[in-house]
Design a binder for this molecule. Sequence first.
Ligand code: PGA
Length: 248
Amino acid sequence: MRYFIGNWKMFGVPKSIGILNKINNFVQKDKKRQKYKVIVAPPFTLLDSFSKYSNNKPVSISSQNCYLKDGYSSNTGAISAFMIKALKTKYVIVGHSDNRKEGDSNLILKNKVIHALKNNLKVIFCIGENNKQKSANQTFSVLKKQLYESLSSKFNANNIIVAYEPIWSIGTGKIPQDNELIKTINYVKKILYSIFKTRKTIPVLYGGSVDSRSIKLFKDINEIDGFLIGGASKSSKNFIDIIKNYYR
Ligand code: PGA
């Protein structure tokens, strides 16, 4: 099973549901659809309408984030996992580097994961090193810390997906080399095993400058369980071409 997850970031208005509609139509008719799962993460403002639309459709909807507290509280502008779940949204992205940059620590992210899982949301947990850390050969230690400090053996591994997104490759067109990527993905899987000690392996996705061209570079890397796609997910054609080219 492969995942193709579109992260729209700060993009989309109500009529953008047309993009989702086209992606759904493609997946519905695709003979290979059993091989993969498609998820779209629009901004909070579209979660309700998109989630309603997606009921009984192949494409599922994800939130891009949730607040560090659950339920209701007096935090202006905040949206809790509880509120997201009430929209029948199924997934939530936690720990995207955009949010880490804005101050989300490993501990804050742990709380977000706890609340998301408690509300039965599936978590797409993002990790990744920046350019400086990569140059200093700190990739493994950075990833290990991000995983150990935010995930716990008490969490339900069945509801966790990890997305490895090197920050230096997000939106830059820079893609890690094959051997480097395979080593890192295997390392992440090893750490996840050491945390969860489960035989059912947690999917580990890759994210960063995935588009309809670069996807061809990943076709033969069996270790990658799917992709988190930013820029190229905002056009139905680009997003669909990624899936088509992956299976071509
Ligand atoms: P990108 O973004 O595909 O535009 O590089 C990926 C992400 O931030 O999830």
